[in-house]
Design a protein around this ligand. Sequence first.
Ligand SMILES: [Zn+2]
Length: 376
Amino acid sequence: MIARFCSFFCLLSLLNCNQFPKPGLPSDVAYSDEPHPRNVILMIGDGMGLTQVSAGMFRNGNKLNLEEFPVIGLHKPYSGSDLITDSAAGATAFASGVKTYNGAIGVNMDTLPVKTILEEAEERGLATGMVTTSSIVHATPAAFIAHEPSRELYEAIALDFMKTEIDFFIGGGMKYFAHRKTDQRNLYVDLQKKGYTVNDYTRKGLSEINLNESKNFAYFTAEDEPLAAAKGRDYLLLASHLAVDFLHTHGGSKGFFLMIEGAQIDWGGHDNNSDYIVSEMIDFDRAIGEILKFAREDGETLVIVTADHETGGFAINPGSTMDSLIAGFTTKDHTASLIPVFAFGPGSERFNGIYENTAIYTKLRQALGFEREMER
Ligand SMILES: [Zn+2]
């Protein structure tokens, strides 16, 4: 029975690889007159399907900053290996425009590295940054900067940070830099040697940090994974504010690329815990409000908010009120449903409609005016 299930599953995976059409590349022509944004901020609510958004909205007094976004689309989140994607394949699709296998970090189906939009932005002289409420080497941020065959290779992913010139990052996972098991290197010290200002939660609170915009900046919020918002984590809004402040100055006229992740909406889904989902959703939305405030004032910033996939098969069941939700879940894993994309600012129009998750990458590159250079 197990063998039968496996062969059926494997066959299904193979069919999946072949039956889905290759992601389309929307023409530039329709948008040729559109102004290019100088800066792009991509915000990923991990595991944030429409029910997660709805639950956060109802429990937040029927209001979210997400409602301010004028352009809304939907993306198809399936991966190269599975109809149900994981965060590694999902983030690789956003970062590099390829559908790859679940677990892949910045590599294609053949485990070959694929350049990320963050690396490309860095090459073109834009300032780059990442902020997350997970460890900084977790699947979503990792796929923007690292190239590893498996998401589990946290120490190798940390080492990949040393190979880029990312200007700013804030997240957990200090142990993968400072207390490594696979080698004796101390990447915390190595980052300092590379010219970074490095700090962490044991030495200085994020609110006490005075940024020196002439040096790259790294800050660790936890030894391993950061706390849940409900248990006292409160840095996402401040970290997002510091990131745009820093990158805006650091990037100068070239602009910047920033990825901000609300990582633990997904973990609430895996726990089938609607209170966990709601508190993380509201925390993420507060950061969205901060980013929107910047983007409105700046006028040259494209903000995209989306998710890699939905988690939990989360539903709001009959008998619920706005203050008291009766949650239902179909799984402790991810699901395959279409995922909302919210867009604000110059270049936002191209995010209308229904498209592959890989089109987020293509649309971001087109909006930024990057030509296609690599054959895949
Ligand atoms: Zn997950």
